[in-house]
Design a protein around this ligand. Structure first.
Ligand code: SF4
Ligand code: SF4
Length: 513
């Protein structure tokens, strides 16, 4: 029996998960228009390989990955490409990004797929390539390219594949529903991923507030006959953070700035495991995902399988949004999500929930009051940080102190803001500070690069000048020696003097900045 460890801090906000009826899953309608962002993952955006006017089929590659930290995009149904342009996307910044727009044709015609039934006999590198080509990015919210995660490097040996079935954020039940409805695929996908990374064991962790998911996964493990451990643990927010679930299940802490692979673990979301099963066994790319549609402003909260690229408004309408003026829509959950400013923005590979709360259900925060130094935020922080100090340093833009106080270990869970009696939106300060630090690092990188380029050019010019000077000196010495041997050739001497003068001038010009 595995020992379950507690993490520092954590909170117990109202769960409100039954609202979306976890365990019931239906298809969302295919909308008339799909908007597919080229960046639905962490890293470099994909590059379109279709043109406006092209007809595409479901499953067709429409944008290819650009390099290792990139993920391709596939069409979720058949239709006509009508635009490749900047469109509003679901992002905290509210900015637009490049998207491929498809007018769907209602025929839902698909390319044929070829899967690999006997994946155990296939080389890991080929399976990783299939995961990469299927466009799989972590489906728990971060969107990290899965193929990169499956290549932790030769220096790290992986012992355990950990499937994180925690889903601790209030309201969201997409993973709970997936574990209930697609448990067999989840188990197959976990075995494939473990085979790829040569993990000796598979561990699935689920919070104890999901008894139906626990029963479904347990039954699927038994049916598979595989040796897979299922561990359950008490519900507490945010146990689903990667570092937090690892500490809960192993008692070990991922070092600051480290990754789970440093402890011999690779951690994936259940949706990612199912996507891997479909990519390998069925040969199907990632084109759909489960989304929780919830909140009391919806007449029919539910979980749906939706085409990636479906406009948010289309899904909310499907769930019976009674559109009140100023209706707030949150992408993700109430703790870590963000308000969507344009409902024409589409869902992506990382959209696990759309929350439409009423003002009574989830009131807007009151204006922040001054910090009273109560220390509640530090007690709640699961990363054992000092949120109050981070807040002061973020306000002062003191990047040195922010680094000293491990700002980048903050998982932006919002537990500190939740308990703050002064209603200070602490996480917003941390997000802004992280953005500023990343910007300054990029700026420093740019200036370092241009300084290196300048220094390399100076060195080249100096070396060329030295070479010319050496040649000139050699010629002069040769002329002097000839003169000493008897008889000066006046014409040759004049040519040598003119050459030397010209080289002197060009050296001076090149050394002038
Ligand atoms: S919980 Fe709020 S008021 Fe209390 S110390 Fe932290 S920031 Fe200050
Ligand atoms: S948001 Fe960051 S600082 Fe606040 S509780 Fe979570 S990890 Fe700690």
């Amino acid at each position: 029996m595995r020992t379950i460890h507690d993490i520092h801090g954590g909170i117990h906000p109202p769960e409100r998960k039954t609202l979306s009826r976890p365990g019931e899953l239906g298809p969302a309608p295919i909308p008339s228009v799909l908007v597919l962002p080229l960046r639905q993952h962490l890293g470099v955006p994909a590059l379109p390989i279709v043109n406006v006017g092209d007809r595409v089929l479901g499953g067709q590659l429409i944008a290819e990955a650009q390099g290792v930290m990139s993920v391709p995009v596939h069409a979720p149904t058949s239709g006509l490409v009508t635009a490749i342009e900047a469109r509003p996307i679901a992002h905290a910044s509210g900015l637009e990004d490049q998207c491929i727009v498809i007018a769907t044709d209602g025929h839902d015609e698909w390319l044929p797929f070829t899967g690999i039934a006997d994946w155990r006999g296939v080389d890991a590198a080929e399976l990783v390539e299939r995961v990469r080509s299927a466009g799989i990015a972590g489906m728990g919210g971060a969107g990290f390219p899965t193929a990169v995660k499956l290549n932790p490097g030769p220096a790290r040996s992986i012992e355990t594949l950990l499937v994180n079935g925690t889903e601790c954020e209030p309201y969201i039940t997409a993973d709970d529903t997936l574990m209930q409805c697609q448990a067999d695929e989840l188990i197959e996908g976990a075995q494939i991923l473990a085979h790829i990374i040569s993990a000796e064991s598979i561990l699935i962790g689920i919070e104890d507030n999901k008894p139906d998911a626990i029963a479904s996964v347990e039954a699927a493990i038994t049916r598979s006959g595989a040796e897979i451990e299922l561990a359950t643990f008490p519900t507490k927010y945010p146990s689903g953070g990667e570092k937090q679930i690892i500490e809960i299940l192993t008692g070990q802490q991922v070092p600051s700035g480290g990754i789970p692979a440093d402890l011999g673990l690779v951690c994936v979301n259940p949706g990612t495991a199912v996507a891997a099963k479909r990519a390998i066994i069925d040969g199907a790319p990632l084109t759909h995902r489960i989304v929780t549609l919830t909140g009391e402003a919806l007449a029919s909260p539910q979980n749906v399988i939706a085409c990636l690229g479906t406009p948010i408004m289309a899904l909310l309408t499907h769930a019976g949004l009674s559109a009140a003026p100023q209706q707030r829509i949150i992408h993700g959950g109430p703790m870590m999500g963000f308000a969507v400013s344009d409902l024409t923005a589409p869902i992506t590979k990382i959209t696990n929930c759309l929350l439409a709360p009423t003002p009574v259900e989830l009131p807007l925060p009151e204006p922040a009051k001054p910090c009273i130094r109560c220390g509640h935020c530090a007690e709640a922080c699961p990363a054992s940080l000092l949120p109050q100090q981070l807040y002061w340093y973020a306000r002062a833009k003191d990047q040195e102190q922010l680094a000293e106080h491990r700002l980048f270990d903050c998982i932006e869970c919002g537990a500190c803001s939740y308990v703050c009696p002064s209603q200070i939106p602490l996480v917003q300060y941390y997000r802004a500070a992280k953005g500023q630090i990343r910007d300054s690092e990029q700026e420093k990188q740019r200036s370092d690069n241009s300084r290196e380029r300048f220094e390399a050019r100076q060195a080249r010019l100096e070396s060329e000048a030295a070479e010319r000077e050496a040649k000139r000196a050699a010629r002069k010495a040769a002329a002097q020696s000839k003169a000493a041997e008897g008889g000066v050739d006046p014409i040759q001497a004049a040519i040598e003097r003119a050459k030397a003068r010209k080289e002197d001038q060009s050296t001076k010009q090149e050394q002038t900045p």
